[in-house]
Design a protein around this ligand. Structure first.
Ligand code: E4P
Length: 217
């Protein structure tokens, strides 16, 4: 499973990237706002740091301006994935930009039918939002599973990018179902390492090491 980090914070990306945990980055206008940085400037910095796909989202709603914005974003670096919302205009822009050989991430996907349309429009990635479905009491995992089944039924190559991940269980379930990629905030990726039995076991080992006078360096 590929790990994308869902943030525009350079320090957090660098730390995870140095550990080999970053296969790509996803941003959106809210994350850019949170960073307090200029979109073109911060996105360029991320692209210089990470070799995998870096999603940068358009802000227009009509296909013509989305295409113009997508072309401008794609000029930042070869590893840009233009992020487009799953609207009819977004699908039109997806068809054009993917036809030009640009990576496209179709975002704000909340149904399997939407995901089917994105695959037909040539999307590189489809981003189903798990957490936001859970927020309204709909199981986001069912959506990941449905898209996996449909894409496998017909051999679509669009990669399922499990997004809006809020918990470590979202990561586990997405991996079980076979999402190609997951994107999560840095805090969630760090939490994947935590286990109370690891902490408890380590405490005992350290106590025994101290009482036995074990010293290595
Ligand atoms: C990623 O591409 C999405 O923009 C992100 O995962 C949304 O997450 P949120 O629902 O926690 O804002």
């Amino acid at each position: 499973m590929k790990f994308f980090v869902d943030t525009a914070e350079i320090d957090a990306i660098r730390e995870l990237n140095d550990l080999g945990m970053v296969d790509g980055v996803t941003t959106n206008p809210s994350l850019i706002k949170k960073s307090g940085r200029d979109i073109l400037e911060v996105t360029k910095e991320i692209c210089d740091l990470v070799s995998g796909p870096v999603s940068a989202e358009v802000v227009a709603t009509d296909s013509e301006t989305m295409i113009a914005e997508g072309r401008k974003l794609a000029e930042i670096a070869p590893n840009i994935a233009v992020k487009l919302p799953l609207t009819w205009d977004g699908l039109k822009a997806c068809k054009v930009l993917s036809g030009e050989g640009k990576m496209v991430n179709v975002t704000l996907c909340f149904s399997a039918n939407q995901a089917l349309l994105a695959a037909k429009a040539g999307a590189t990635f489809i981003s189903p939002f798990i957490g936001r479905l859970d927020d309204i009491n709909i199981d986001g995992m069912d959506l990941i599973a449905d898209i996996r089944t449909i894409y496998d039924n017909y051999g679509y190559e669009t990669q399922i990018l499990a997004a809006s991940i809020r918990t470590v269980n979202h990561v586990l379930e997405s991996a079980r179902i076979g999402a190609d990629v997951m994107t999560a905030p840095p805090e969630v990726i760090q939490k994947l390492a935590a286990h109370p039995l690891t902490d408890k076991g380590l405490e005992t080992f350290l106590k025994d090491a101290a009482s036995a006078g074990i010293k290595i360096v």
